[in-house]
Design a protein around this ligand. Structure first.
Ligand code: NAP
Ligand code: GCO
Length: 264
């Protein structure tokens, strides 16, 4: 029988007080995993812990800025002390800055690259040695439509997520022989705080133009929800995907397959 269980596994999901990371961690817990998550600020970690407790999940929360290598090494050591070796890592923490490229400061570009690309490198590098020692593991990088497509104002984010797709393939290439599978999930447009500005009602009560645009570009004719990501994440975290490596699984309602609805 195909095994989607995560019983006995320890999962670290970065930036998982809420949003996509929280949903993925919740799905992992429902599949039997022990959950560790981090956020930048204690009050967010506390908020996350309360949310997990509401779902009956005894998660462990840690304050850690994933761009800081010393904090990440301390995070991994603390998780391994509290829960045991990390079997599953989800590099979920991420930011976006929507600024026209010619108006974006170099420092703003660097900040996005730091969180969305450098941090997955730092956290994966901190976790891989113990995965090797323990006979293998699963790394899931949260990529994006912008791993494949560009659009106005998201140059830094697209560069980071495009790089994250290739980091995913390189970790798969370099560590596949140690039974480490590294894959990506490419969510489409998902209703979370990160995309809230793209969905907010206009002053006249009408829908945000981008909201209507995305629904027209999506064959499923809707925004995704964080629940849509749960099954794909459990699949990539479980032994059901042991021969899937270096793949980015797009969970996008079909956006990447579709030229878009003809304007009426
Ligand atoms: P979100 O609601 O903005 O949550 C992002 C999380 O990452 C927050 O908990 C945030 O904590 C945390 N974070 C940011 N910088 C961090 C750092 N330096 N160290 C530790 N934690 C940090 O975003 P989301 O929509 O859930 O997205 C999660 C991931 O999915 C991101 O990588 C995003 O790029 C990706 N994604 C999102 C969509 C979408 O449509 N929503 C689609 C494709 C991909 P704070 O609150 O403290 O900042
Ligand atoms: C944007 C959105 C997207 C989504 C996601 C799509 O401004 O275009 O924020 O980038 O967050 O990454 O997959």
């Amino acid at each position: 029988m195909v095994n989607f269980s995560l019983e006995g596994k320890v999962a670290l999901v970065t930036g998982a007080s809420y949003g996509i990371g929280f949903a993925i961690a919740t799905a992992f817990a429902e599949a039997g995993a022990r959950i560790a998550f981090n956020d930048i600020r204690q009050e967010l970690v506390d908020k996350g812990l309360a949310s997990y407790r509401e779902k009956g999940i005894d998660a462990k929360g840690y304050v850690c800025d994933v761009t800081k290598e010393d904090q990440v090494q301390a995070l991994v050591a603390a998780v391994e002390k509290d829960l045991g070796p990390i079997n599953i890592l989800v590099n979920n923490a991420g930011i976006i800055k929507r600024i026209p490229m010619t108006e974006m400061k170099a420092e703003e570009f660097r900040q996005v690259i730091d969180v969305d690309l450098n941090a997955p490198f730092i956290v994966s590098k901190a976790v891989i040695p113990s995965m090797i020692k323990n006979g293998g593991g699963k790394i899931i990088n949260i990529c994006s439509m912008m791993s494949e497509l560009g659009r106005e104002t998201v140059s830094a984010y697209a560069a980071a997520k495009g790089g994250l797709k290739m980091l995913t393939r390189n970790i798969a290439s370099e560590y596949g022989e140690y039974n480490i599978q590294c894959n990506g999930i490419g969510p489409g447009y998902i209703a979370t705080p990160q995309t809230a500005p793209l969905r907010e009602r206009q002053k006249d009560g009408s829908r945000h133009p981008f909201d209507a645009f995305i629904v027209a570009k999506t064959p499923a004719a809707r925004w995704g929800t964080t629940d849509d990501l749960k099954g794909p994440a459990v699949f990539l975290a479980s032994s059901a995907s042991d021969f899937v490596n270096g793949h980015v699984l797009y969970v996008d309602g079909g956006i990447l397959a579709y030229i878009g609805k003809q304007p009426q």
